[in-house]
Write a protein that binds this ligand. Structure first.
Ligand code: PMP
Length: 287
């Protein structure tokens, strides 16, 4: 496996960053998780726009143009002979001194890692998953916007730990006011009377590329699909619940905090949306 590291492809064992990198010292940087299906990179442009916007919001200059970054992603797939893969793009503030001041950093560091996918086990797409709500809260939108996909993922990690402690694959994160925001690394949709609702970005959700694709798929398939603010109560009494993300795609949720959702199996809207999503991923990417 070859990793792209600041202009070179290096073996996985040799792909190392300095302990003085501010990405390591302070979580000072941004990242993207991207997916390729059969040689097509799904919505690469949207991912790169989000990456550059995340970087801009933290005053981090990415030393490449979007076109150069597009090439980095494609080359990383090519040199690893990968057709279907998960790609992680990382831009950190780079090597500086021990102080927090980013002015000591000589320049951003760019890393791309492509790997075969590791997904939820296939049977979970059939059975659906159980989740719990976490006590950790999403950071407030007026502090560091959840739209910024930064290397600071501590609250997401605390949410994942709460899921682990409960013995379930994912947990739900509320914002400071108690409204449902998202999972530790995926967005949430509820379905009520055939209408799909997902929290708006300002509530504390990352505007997921998958989520946005699902809003389109749903409308194409004749559903009403909107952004809306909701609470845990609305999740408990929804007809269907599902999570979306680059790695997870669309996965049904059948139990939340012990409350069985719908019939306790992924519902027909969820399955319809998953089928619609799978049909676009193979012919919607960049060659
Ligand atoms: N929320 C968070 C916090 C995430 O890290 C991710 C994964 N990038 C998502 C939602 C899903 O976004 P996407 O569909 O772009 O992968």
């Amino acid at each position: 496996q070859l990793i792209y590291l600041d202009g070179d492809f290096v073996k996985k064992e040799d792909a190392k960053v300095s302990v003085y990198d501010h990405g390591f010292l302070y979580g000072d940087g941004v990242f993207e998780g991207i997916r390729a299906y059969n040689g097509n990179v799904f919505r690469l442009e949207e991912h790169l726009v989000r990456l550059y916007e995340s970087a801009k919001s933290i005053l981090l200059e990415i030393p490449y143009t979007i076109e150069e970054m597009t090439d980095v992603v494609k080359q990383t797939l090519r040199v690893n002979s990968l057709q279907s893969a998960y790609i992680r793009l990382i831009v950190s503030r780079g090597v500086g001194n021990l102080g927090i001041d980013p002015r000591s950093c000589k320049g951003a560091s760019v890393i791309a890692i492509a790997e075969p996918l590791s997904l939820f086990p296939a049977e979970l797409y059939e059975t659906g998953i159980e989740i719990v709500s976490a006590s950790s809260r999403r950071n407030r939108s007026d502090v560091l916007s959840p739209k910024t996909k930064s290397l600071n993922y501590l609250n997401n990690i605390l949410v994942k730990i709460e899921a682990n402690l409960a013995g379930v694959p994912e947990a739900l994160m509320m914002n400071a006011d108690g409204y449902v925001a998202e999972g530790s690394s995926d967005n949430i949709f509820i379905v009520k009377d055939n209408k799909l609702i997902t929290p708006p970005g300002y509530i504390g959700a990352l505007e997921g590329i998958t989520r946005n694709a699902i809003l389109e798929v749903a409308k194409e398939r004749g559903y009403e699909a909107v952004e809306g603010v909701f609470t845990r109560h609305d999740v408990y009494v929804a007809d269907e619940v599902f999570l979306t993300g680059t790695a997870a795609e669309v996965i049904g949720v059948v139990k939340v905090d012990g409350r069985v959702i719908g019939e306790g199996i992924p519902g027909k809207v969820t399955n319809d949306i998953l089928e619609g999503f799978r049909s676009i991923v193979n012919n919607d990417g960049v060659k």
